[in-house]
Design a protein around this ligand. Structure first.
Ligand SMILES: NC(=O)c1ccc[n+]([C@@H]2O[C@H](COP(=O)([O-])OP(=O)(O)OC[C@H]3O[C@@H](n4cnc5c(N)ncnc54)[C@H](O)[C@@H]3O)[C@@H](O)[C@H]2O)c1
Ligand SMILES: Nc1ncnc2c1ncn2[C@@H]1O[C@H](COP(=O)(O)OP(=O)(O)OP(=O)(O)O)[C@@H](O)[C@H]1O
Length: 299
């Protein structure tokens, strides 16, 4: 069977385009075909000149269909973009960090050659990462649907005044408060926006839905960790403000005043390529540069 990989890279940096050219040549030498988004071919570094003939594809839900993986060269933003292309066809995504933080990526740039060798040998595991499915409703009408890998962030559209919301979990009211917004995050997203809003770091193997009020003007506005089977709803008051739901900071849904957002564990996860079994604790310490001097460990 012909092997094929979709390459998604940060196209705004020449160093990444050069790296993409190197990746393309390695895959070509191993007999692996390359796909690139048509609109990015010129800037991708894998166009004419690098000795490879990639297939140009449209950036729709079929972009990665039939590929063995989506390889992402960039930071977290590029990984989220790659996940959007990979998820509809359940294609695994591998991130190589050529960005600043790259919390979502599996390998650092200095280990690129080792990572490519593993990909070529098909020496990796794939694990599902939970997503969140979101619907926006008003009365009985569904106004929009979407999904996120990190989080759904409900935010006051105008930024004028507070957003008055009522939080509901599993059909029961939990708390009403004014706030800048409410985040509904996955364990993967617990180190992103939810982390900045005071949420807990959740190990990615755990399935849970996190609910984190942002700047709530209330005595009770603690981060909640709910079951993956929970249905979370956030209602905005009819006399209040219009809001927007940001999904991974990339896709938006309008939430008119008096509307309701419902969030549940995503039906379709993102398939995540693991190259090694380094514990999540090590990744967190490395990415957040946490001090660990003085650790002795068990004798
Ligand atoms: N105040 C905040 O912390 C804040 C505000 C808006 C959006 N965000 C995050 O930005 C994400 C979109 O990322 P982007 O790179 O396209 O935008 P961006 O370039 O504005 O990046 C925001 C920052 O979030 C980091 N990030 C993204 N996902 C992460 C994760 N799972 N764990 C740890 N760090 C993560 C990125 O590396 C970057 O430093 C959103 O999903 C949201 O989580 C954070
Ligand atoms: N070809 C492209 N088309 C659209 N957006 C792109 C493209 N290349 C890069 N971007 C966007 O540029 C932004 C920055 O990219 P990315 O997050 O990968 O780099 P970074 O900011 O250096 O890394 P990190 O997020 O890890 O700090 C992201 O929102 C990404 O989606």
């Amino acid at each position: 069977m012909t092997r094929e990989i979709l390459l998604v890279s940060h196209t705004g940096r020449t160093d990444i385009a050069e790296t993409a050219g190197r990746v393309a040549r390695s895959f070509a030498a191993a007999g692996i075909g390359l796909r690139v988004l048509g609109g990015e071919l010129d800037r991708s570094g894998v166009a004419a000149g690098c000795g490879v003939q990639p297939t140009a594809v449209d950036p729709g839900p079929h972009a990665a269909a039939g590929c063995e993986m989506v390889l992402c060269l960039g930071g977290d933003g590029t990984f989220l973009r790659a996940a959007e292309l990979a998820r509809p066809s359940d294609t695994p995504v591998l991130g190589i960090n050529l960005g600043r933080i790259g919390f979502l990526t599996e390998a650092e740039a200095e280990h690129l050659d080792d990572a490519l060798a593993q990909v070529i040998r098909q020496d990796y595991q794939v694990e599902p990462r939970m997503t969140v499915d979101v619907s926006v409703r008003r009365d009985d009408e569904v106004l929009g649907r979407g999904w996120a890998l990190n989080e759904a962030s409900i935010e006051n559209e105008s930024r004028l005044g507070v957003l008055e919301v009522v939080l509901e979990v599993d059909g029961r009211p939990v708390s009403a408060f004014g706030c800048d917004g409410v985040l509904i995050a996955t364990p993967t997203g617990s180190t992103a926006y939810a982390f900045s809003a005071g949420g807990p770091v959740v190990w990615p193997e755990l399935e849970a839905l996190l609910v984190i009020p942002s700047n709530a003007h209330a005595l009770f506005a603690r981060p909640l960790v709910t079951s993956p089977a929970s249905v979370i709803a956030v209602e905005t008051v009819a006399a209040g403000h219009d809001a927007v739901v940001f999904l991974d900071g990339r896709r938006t849904l309008e939430l008119p005043r008096g509307g309701r957002v419902e969030a549940v564990c995503g039906e379709r996860p993102v398939q995540w390529v693991r190259l090694d079994s380094a514990p999540f604790a090590d990744r967190m310490v490395r990415k957040f540069d946490l001090p660990v001097t003085g650790w002795r460990g068990r004798a």
